[in-house]
Write a protein that binds this ligand. Structure first.
Ligand code: KG4
Ligand code: ZN
Length: 272
C-alpha cells in the first residue's frame, strides 16, 4: 500500500493524514500478505518501532502487539535504519562480507556505517544538516516537480545536461561528514536568477549530479581510510540510478564488491 498519491496534493507527508491512512491500510495489507504467502499464523511478527513519524509507528506497533498476543508468537521490534542496512541481504547473489561499509541515504538520514555483523554497527559519519533525500525533495519542490521529489528529479534528469548549472556542494573539512543545506539555497538562487528561462531537465540533472558527487566523494574517502573491501548502498535514495551507477564505478575503482537491493526494496517496505 502506498500513500504517495494521498500526500501529493500537500507536497509532502502530513503526519496526521499519514497516521489515518495507516489505520485504514493496516489490516487489509496484513491479510493480503498472509494470503499471498499462504500462511495462516506466522512464526513471529517483526515491526518497525523506531525512529520515524510517531503516528504511523504507533499504528504499526499496536497492530503487531495485538496480533502477537492473539497468536501467542514472539514480537520483534526493528530499528528502521537496521532494516535498511540489512535489506541488502534480500537480493545478495553472492555472500555478503562482514565487516562492510554501508552508505544509508533516505529522507531523514545520510550516514556511513561500518557494519561489523548483524546487530553490530559503528556510525562513521552523518549529515550535519539536511539528509540526501531531503536535498532531492526540497530541490524538486523548488524546481516545481512536486512530490515525491527524488523519483521525479531522476525522471527529469534523464533528458538533462548535468553540467549546465554547476551547483556548489559543501564538503565539510572533516573527512566524513555530509552537508546538503547549502545546495537547497543554491537551487533557490538558480530558480530566482533564471526565472522563466530555467531549463528544468538541466537543473534536475545538475541537482542530481551535485548530490551524487558529494556522496561518492565521501564514500571514496571512507573506503580509503577504513580499507573495507565491501560497499553497500541502501535507503530510499539508493533507488536512484545515477547514484547506483556512480558507486558501482567507485567500487570497481577501489576493487571492492558492491551490493545494493533492487530499487523496489530501497524505499521503505515491509520486507526490510
Ligand atoms: O527510505 P525512504 O523510503 O524513507 C525514509 O526512511 O525516509 O526514503 C525516502 C527518500 C525520499 O527523500 C525520496 O525522495 C528518496 O528517498 N527517493 C529517491 C528516489 N526514490 C526515492 N531519491 C532519488 N532518486 C530516486 N529514484
Ligand atoms: Zn526509510
Amino acid at each position: 500500500s502506498s500513500q504517495a498519491e494521498l500526500h501529493q496534493q500537500w507536497g509532502g507527508v502530513v503526519p496526521e493524514v499519514a497516521s489515518r491512512a495507516h489505520v485504514e491500510a493496516m489490516l487489509p495489507v496484513v491479510e493480503t500478505a498472509l494470503n499471498l504467502a499462504e500462511v495462516k499464523k506466522p512464526a513471529a511478527i517483526a515491526v518497525t518501532n523506531r525512529p520515524g513519524l510517531i503516528g504511523g509507528l504507533s499504528v504499526g506497533v499496536t497492530t503487531a502487539k495485538a496480533l502477537a498476543l492473539a497468536w501467542q508468537v514472539p514480537l520483534i521490534g526493528v530499528h528502521h535504519l537496521e532494516g535498511h542496512i540489512l535489506s541488502v541481504l534480500a537480493d545478495a547473489t553472492e555472500a555478503l562480507q562482514f565487516p562492510h561499509l554501508c552508505l544509508i541515504v533516505s529522507g531523514g538520514h545520510t550516514e556511513l556505517i561500518k557494519v561489523q555483523a548483524p546487530g553490530r554497527y559503528t556510525v562513521l559519519s552523518e549529515t550535519i544538516d539536511d539528509a540526501a533525500g531531503e536535498a532531492f525533495d526540497k530541490g524538486a519542490r523548488l524546481l516545481g516537480l512536486g512530490y515525491p521529489g527524488g523519483a521525479r528529479v531522476q525522471e527529469r534528469a534523464t533528458h538533462g545536461n548535468p553540467k549546465r548549472y554547476p551547483l556548489p556542494i559543501a564538503i565539510p573539512n572533516d573527512p566524513y561528514h555530509f552537508s546538503f543545506s547549502g545546495l537547497k539555497t543554491a537551487v533557490l538562487r538558480l530558480t530566482q536568477k533564471e526565472g522563466e528561462c530555467l531549463d528544468v531537465p538541466d537543473a534536475a540533472a545538475s541537482l542530481q549530479a551535485a548530490i551524487v558527487g558529494a556522496l561518492a566523494a565521501k564514500v571514496e574517502g571512507a573506503l580509503e581510510t577504513t580499507g573495507l573491501k565491501t560497499l553497500t548502498l541502501v535507503g530510499g535514495v539508493a533507488a536512484n540510478l545515477a547514484l547506483r551507477a556512480r558507486l558501482k564505478e567507485t567500487a570497481n575503482k577501489y576493487g571492492v564488491s558492491f551490493h545494493t537491493p533492487d530499487p523496489s526494496l530501497c524505499t521503505d517496505n515491509a520486507a526490510m
